[in-house]
Design a protein around this ligand. Sequence first.
Ligand code: ZN
Length: 296
Amino acid sequence: MSDYLIKAIDKTKNLRLLTVTAKDLVQEAQTRHDTWSASSAVLGRSLVAGVLLAGAELTDKEELTVRLLGNGPVGPTVITAQADLTVKGYVKNPHIALPPREDGHIDVKKAVGQGWLEVTKDLGLKEPYTGQVPIVSGEIAEDVAYYLTKSEQIPSAVGLSVFVNPNNTIGEAGGFMLQALPGASESLITKTIKHIDDLPALSTSFLAGMTPEDLARKILGTDCKILAKEPVAWKCDCSKEKYAEILETLKVEQLQSMIDEDHGAELTCNFCGSKYHYTEAELNAILGKKKEDKEY
Ligand code: ZN
């Protein structure tokens, strides 16, 4: 597997760490949405964050949605990740490229702007749970760490990295999420944060061949324990049937006007760009079903 996530724990079992390499899945997103550099960085970092959050928090059929609602040029970004570590996502404006920062990096902060970071978790309960924090940085990693610390009361450190090649393809993508468990001492946390501060730029390291296992050992120490290695991937679960269900929720008049005026309908999935076409006959069938439902 080329894209995968590692779950690790430190020697004292008080620090939990997830590390991931995700170049292929971010490349899939880049290709599907034809994103330019700033949009790729925002979408890619958000996808990596989604996979890390899913790896840390979800089981069975659970899913979570991350909404990065900034007022920057890239516009709102939406990611949905599943417990099986598949993820999908989109940005409102895929064609954003900005002048680089002085250090040569993509200006992600400017691309995101100010606003809110929202995380909704569907854990199979009656109501999904939503936590919201202001965007404090715009670099996304710091924002996710702030969300975890503030909204979920889990002291966390997060690193996210996407390298965009000059031809807009993805050179590398990956990241980490460190969580302090209740037993973690101040000195252990301080020591580990120092390891993170001392890391060379993540993108440079990933480009040089660093693996998620290497990254885990750099952060937690060589005596850490790797608990799991799981594949991660891009996946959109849309289908013609799913979108037909959405059509069924429209008002009778709306469906009727699609039939009378447009003689069909075409829906595009925001997440993956797939197009689903419905003929007049198919719309009539949906309308018929709707009227039937009304009568009973
Ligand atoms: Zn889709």
